[in-house]
Design a protein. Structure first.
Length: 94
């Protein structure tokens, strides 16, 4: 099954939802987000993580907070423990 999800930054979660997401992200991912110089880039990265977790939760039944996304050998995101579920993230820069 193929599913495509899209969102605009203007439809992003509220500040409390952002804080909740930041709390469950691994330190490495949080550091990468905060290393971006532009706030737009930080928002896009965080929005991508949020949208991926929403889609994974919907399709796998896993609670949002129990979704662990790791990086594979070539940097591609992988759902930890569920290698049969494939996903990809991209953004348009808008």
């Amino acid at each position: 099954m193929l599913a495509i999800y899209a969102s605009q930054i203007s439809n992003s979660p509220d500040i409390e939802q952002w804080r909740s997401l930041l709390e469950i992200l691994p330190d490495e991912r949080r550091d990468r987000i905060f290393s971006c110089h532009r706030s737009d880039d930080r928002e896009r990265m965080l929005m991508g993580d949020w949208l991926a977790r929403e889609a994974i939760s919907e399709h796998s039944g896993l609670p949002f907070s129990q979704i662990s996304i790791v990086r594979g050998e070539h940097g591609k995101p992988i759902l930890d423990g569920h290698q049969n579920l494939h996903f990809s993230l991209s953004h348009s820069g808008q």
